[in-house]
Ligand binder design. Structure first.
Ligand SMILES: NC(=O)c1ccc[n+]([C@@H]2O[C@H](COP(=O)([O-])OP(=O)(O)OC[C@H]3O[C@@H](n4cnc5c(N)ncnc54)[C@H](OP(=O)(O)O)[C@@H]3O)[C@@H](O)[C@H]2O)c1
Length: 165
């Protein structure tokens, strides 16, 4: 499986249970990458979507000990989450946040698609700094792009020590 995330220059990813920036070109990349795939998230990330609704045209798997709903697949434990994910081809599974779930599932991810935004979003929650994490390496980087006044790059980090499950 992979993760997909947008980070600021400090690897910040969110505040007030919302994203740091609104970048249409990154949203488009997210939609195109994850459409018709399986998206895996924590309860707060589901709550952060418009009207708290699951993402359209995707299988939404949510880790939550508290939520009860039938418009997405709810799993109660990390073990059950990993069992659920195993039902799908690994290349179709994307971890989409938030901070807690990224941290929990990062060792199992073979790569992370990181949109790097060159700005300080004054984040409250963060992604692991993959430049400092053993076993991870940046293997691809786009040119610098601009959207909605923000400068950013699409990058790919690879995990050279993927944990099996
Ligand atoms: N920049 C980006 O690309 C990006 C992407 C996604 C999200 N975000 C941001 O990230 C923030 C939300 O992150 P978050 O860390 O607060 O929330 P989160 O990871 O989305 O959800 C955490 C919740 O998931 C449930 N959970 C249960 N067991 C868990 C376990 N073992 N590990 C992890 N989660 C478990 C818990 O809910 P229960 O209490 O129901 O059990 C927990 O409170 C928001 O600001 C959001 O906008 C940013």
């Amino acid at each position: 499986m992979k993760a997909i995330v947008a980070v600021d220059e400090k690897w910040g990813i969110g505040k007030n249970n919302d994203l740091l920036f609104s970048i249409p070109e990154d949203m488009k990349f997210f939609r195109q990458t994850t459409s018709n795939k399986v998206v895996v998230m924590g309860a707060n990330t589901l709550r952060s979507f418009p009207n708290g609704n699951p993402l359209k045209n995707r299988i939404n798997v949510v880790l939550s000990t508290t939520l009860n709903r039938d418009d997405c697949i709810i799993v109660r434990t990390v073990d059950d989450l990993l069992k659920e994910i195993k039902k799908y081809p690994a290349e179709n599974v994307y971890v989409v946040g938030g901070a807690k779930l990224y941290k929990t599932l990062l060792p199992y991810c073979e790569s992370v698609l990181v949109t790097k935004v060159f700005a300080n979003g004054n984040a409250e929650v963060f992604f692991e700094n993959l430049d400092n994490l053993e076993g991870w390496k940046c293997v691809d980087e786009s040119e610098q792009l601009e959207s909605n006044g923000y400068l950013f790059k699409f990058t790919t980090y690879k995990n050279f020590n993927v944990k099996n499950f």
